[in-house]
Design a protein around this ligand. Structure first.
Ligand code: SF4
Length: 216
């Protein structure tokens, strides 16, 4: 059976990749390729702390607090975008609106990957439930602050471009050469990747950025 989107156009089902790959790709395309093409993964203090923060939200269930139902570890997917994963928490408000909430261990990062990951969750929820999800939130565990993220047209377009880039990366099965950059110091794959040795010279790095980076 052919499914149709809210605009009446048929949804073409695609091979799905894990939603977390969007975040990984925006952090570094090589990191996404090492994980999803080469099957390499290792933990560092950042990934372990992240798992601890997600400990509670990884257990499926729900509760209602002041009229808002909190759905934990909700499985989500998109046939149109070809991705699947889960939301840490989805709030269902009395007016029927849905708000995805992502838990992060640290403060806001310099990169846009967390916002794009949250927006990808919203795009899945919109397709699954046939409604508009205008905003979500990121809960930063270290500061215990909740940051609202509006899903603007720019963020939606940026996120969809990133999703398409991950599809191309996985389909081509090519691991990009390393580019030694600030993100490397926090990357759990540093020892497998060895960017100090394997990175491209600066002039080629610029060309690499031109190919792999997505302007918001
Ligand atoms: S060490 Fe640097 S280049 Fe290598 S995968 Fe991690 S972020 Fe990318």
């Amino acid at each position: 059976m052919i499914r149709h989107a809210a605009d009446g156009l048929p949804i073409v089902e695609r091979e799905k990749f894990p939603l977390s790959a969007v975040n990984q790709y925006l952090y570094c395309p090589r990191r996404a390729a090492l994980i999803h093409i080469e099957g390499i993964f290792s933990d560092n203090e950042h990934t372990v702390l992240g798992s601890v923060v997600h400990g509670q939200t990884d257990i499926p269930g729900y509760e209602t607090v002041r009229g808002v139902t909190l759905l934990r570890a909700l499985p989500i997917w998109s046939e149109r975008l070809g991705l699947s994963g889960k939301c840490d928490v989805v709030e269902r408000h009395p007016d029927g609106s849905l708000v995805p909430v992502e838990f992060k261990k640290g403060k806001r990062r310099r990169f846009d990957n967390d916002d794009a990951q949250l927006c990808a969750q919203a795009l899945c929820l919109e397709e699954m439930f046939g409604l508009i999800v205008p905003k979500g939130a990121i809960f930063h565990a270290s500061s215990k602050r909740r940051r609202v993220v509006e899903f603007t047209e720019n963020l939606r377009s940026f996120t969809e471009q990133a999703i398409e880039a991950v599809h191309r990366l996985i389909e081509e099965e090519t691991v990009p050469q390393a580019v030694h950059k600030p993100q490397c110091s926090g990357c759990s794959l540093f020892e497998s990747c060895m960017p100090e040795i394997t990175s491209v010279p600066p002039i080629l790095a610029r060309a690499n950025r031109h190919v792999f980076d997505i302007a918001p």
